[in-house]
Write a protein that binds this ligand. Sequence first.
Ligand SMILES: Nc1ncnc2c1ncn2[C@@H]1O[C@H](COP(=O)(O)OP(=O)(O)OP(=O)(O)O)[C@@H](O)[C@H]1O
Ligand SMILES: [Mg+2]
Length: 264
Amino acid sequence: MTGSTAVLDARGVTKRFGGLTAVRDVDFTVGEGEIVGLIGPNGAGKTTFFNCLTGLYEPTAGEVRYRGRRLPSRPHDVTRAGVARTFQNIRLFPNMTVLENVMVGRHCRLREGLLSAIGRGPRYRRAEAEAEGTARELLEFAGIGRLAGSLARNLPYGDQRRLEIARALASDPGLLLLDEPTAGMNPQETERTRELVLAIRDRGLAVVVIEHDMRFIFGLCDRVAVLNQGEKLVEGPPSDVQSDERVIAAYIGGAPDDDEPEEA
Ligand SMILES: Nc1ncnc2c1ncn2[C@@H]1O[C@H](COP(=O)(O)OP(=O)(O)OP(=O)(O)O)[C@@H](O)[C@H]1O
Ligand SMILES: [Mg+2]
């Protein structure tokens, strides 16, 4: 990564909620075409960190750059800048169709303003047709093209997660943040999600993925960062992180520093 601008460069990101520091002084970078895992026990601050990257929360301290530029502070502007995400608790429009959900994701790229939307002029119709074409292509890509006309709320859980990914891709991001994309999936669905993330990287995107499924993380990611009690504990290639005793201790409970010294 040296010499080129990082896709994402977060420095000293801190988020406090009153007396609780949910994220503490985290440095985190993502290079071109990288798939980076972000893991850690429940409550470690993973989702809060994503929220700080995407404008849902304003970090208490720190700075976030996307391709060298400071990210704007509002979620819509972050998406427009090129950072898209999915949510741990799926956020779809349940009473819209699958296709419509993806077309909504495209809106930040449509240049047509309010006036032509009201007038429904030819320019609006052309933009709408283009958005629909892109949305259908993305649904095929995500493996749910056959469901385009279904209501989002009628989709099985795994397909809802894939729909969220398709919708995020509709904003044409350079960086995709996935918050627990395989939660609730069976092993077959998890494997298809792994293949989907690899295909997303092949489209030229960088990806950060939060997951509790360690097999999924260590089999997919180029690099893994571990958060524990808001702080970055370890970062490195999957093989190193997997066997790091600080990581194992964090999952078993309590930071390694808190442990009683071992008997010799
Ligand atoms: N809006 C908020 N107000 C107050 N505290 C919050 C808020 N959001 C998160 N927290 C707290 O911040 C800490 C980190 O939460 P976060 O959801 O980021 O953890 P996580 O690593 O995503 O956990 P999980 O694996 O369970 O999803 C927790 O103690 C949580 O209760
Ligand atoms: Mg979370």
